[in-house]
Write a protein that binds this ligand. Structure first.
Ligand SMILES: [Zn+2]
Length: 451
């Protein structure tokens, strides 16, 4: 917390806060925000230069020193960091603060081999909690609300991130974690839960279970808010969830390397997600040339943490594709807005030579109201060709023994997907409840093609 205090000399004194006291920073005048960001950026670069050997080595190679950072635009002089650095420097090579200041580790699985490990100080936890609280405040969640945290607890940041955010807001937190879905639905009803935080795919599983128990969200529960993140999801998925349950589905963004959930969230205008850029400084770069792109252009999202010390991350390449908006949001917040992230560059599939994101397939499927938001994309190959199949569940009330009806539905799903991705997939309609469900992050793509 000492760091935070030392970083606040330019904190605005008279910020008008129309929503909730914790949101004061959200409305900070832009010039003051830029001054604060520059102040914190300089501080962080100096801090990391002194304490993180890899960062110092890369700066030396480029002939860059902390005093070269005179404006925010000078950030482009600094070297990037990537997930592979965290893996190469496993477990704690990128740690900035001394061990006696570290209070918690979080880890996230790499795609292969060793996980990545992020040491956090008490100040880091406070910054993260601040981001999560500001998201909750923005969603309209208040003291007195009951918040069910159904994200996994543990090394994964989802559970504890929303847990601390909820407690900070004065909510009554119900830390169910993931799994035991039957009990989740029972507790939701019995304790009058108002808000739930989990992956969108786990909420689909909860919706299934509620249906099985005869629980109607509108009639039998007080659930009004869903806080969904940790996996890409489409606007079509949000519409489906809201239509079927009557809740408001909010979007939350974050990543372990930068903090956890609560780096950004959407406001009621739903133009995208406000980034808490007083802590997490965003850039958009061209992923090929690595040059910064102006606001408004789509590219790879890069973050620099400017108020964290356990693992200060400088120009961290997220692999997420988005853009920063140029226009100010109608809610009055000055923190920049980025587009919702429904595609990660790592998730891109190349099918028959065409680039396809799973979210595009999801959007196509959900345009057909008779199918459920449960699907699986299966890619396989024979000696001569690649096979592209999509299994999708039919809604219980639309499922029929009539071959003609099912064939008509199959054709409509085929057309809906083809109209978006331009490719012909083999559509396989399956019975309600027959595809795997998830208790955390779901795996919807099965790629058995020869590499
Ligand atoms: Zn807004």
């Amino acid at each position: 917390m000492e760091l935070l205090n030392s970083l606040y000399p330019v904190l605005p004194q008279d910020v008008n806060c129309p929503t909730h006291p914790v949101s004061a920073m959200d409305y900070m005048p832009v010039e003051q925000l830029r001054a604060l960001q520059l102040h914190r950026l300089k501080w962080t670069v100096e801090y990391a230069f002194e304490r993180v050997p890899l960062f110092r080595k890369r700066c030396d190679e480029r002939g860059v020193r902390p005093e070269h950072i005179k404006t925010l635009a000078d950030i482009k002089l600094l070297p990037f960091s990537k997930k592979i650095d965290l893996r190469d420097e496993y477990p704690m090579g990128l740690r900035g603060a001394p061990m006696d200041e570290i209070v918690r580790f979080h880890c996230s699985s790499g795609t292969t081999g060793k996980p990545i490990c992020i040491p956090n100080t008490l100040g880091d936890v406070a910054v993260w909690q601040n981001g999560a609280m500001r998201c909750l405040a923005m969603y309209g969640i208040r003291a007195g609300d009951v918040l069910q945290v159904s994200y996994g607890y543990g090394l994964f940041t989802g559970g504890l991130g929303l847990h601390y955010g909820g407690e900070g807001m004065g909510c009554a937190v119900l830390p169910t974690g993931g799994g035991n879905t039957e009990r989740q639905v029972m507790l939701m009803r019995d304790l009058g839960v108002n808000a739930i935080a989990c992956t969108p795919s786990y909420f689909l599983r909860i919706m299934d279970e509620a249906r099985r128990q005869g629980v109607d969200f509108r009639r039998d529960t007080k659930l009004r808010h869903g806080i969904f993140g940790a996996e890409p999801w489409t606007t079509e998925m949000r519409d489906t969830i809201e239509r079927e349950t009557g809740i408001v589905a909010h979007d939350i963004y974050g990543l372990t390397e930068i903090a956890g959930p609560g780096v950004a969230g959407d406001c009621q205008h739903r133009t995208g997600l406000h980034i808490w850029e007083d802590h997490f400084y965003p850039e958009i770069i061209d992923p090929e040339t690595l040059e910064p792109l102006p606001d408004g252009e789509v590219g790879e999202l890069v973050f620099t943490t400017i108020s964290r010390t356990g693992t200060p991350m400088i120009r961290y390449r997220t692999r997420d594709l988005t853009r920063l908006h140029t226009e100010k949001c109608a809610c009055g917040r000055t923190m920049r807005v980025m587009d919702r992230i429904s595609a990660r560059s790592d998730d891109m599939l190349i099918i028959h030579g065409v680039n396809v994101f799973p979210g595009q397939i999801e959007a196509g499927l959900l345009r057909v109201p008779e199918v459920a938001p449960h699907y699986q994309i299966i890619l396989s190959s024979t000696d001569t060709l690649d096979l592209f199949e999509i299994k999708v569940e039919v809604n219980a009330d639309a499922f029929s023994d009539s071959v003609r009806k099912m064939e008509d539905l199959r054709k409509r799903v085929f057309d809906a997907v083809k109209s978006i991705i331009g490719l012909s997939a083999k559509i396989i309609l399956v019975e309600p409840g027959s595809l795997p469900r998830s208790e955390g992050k779901i795996k919807r793509v099965i790629d058995n093609r020869r590499k």
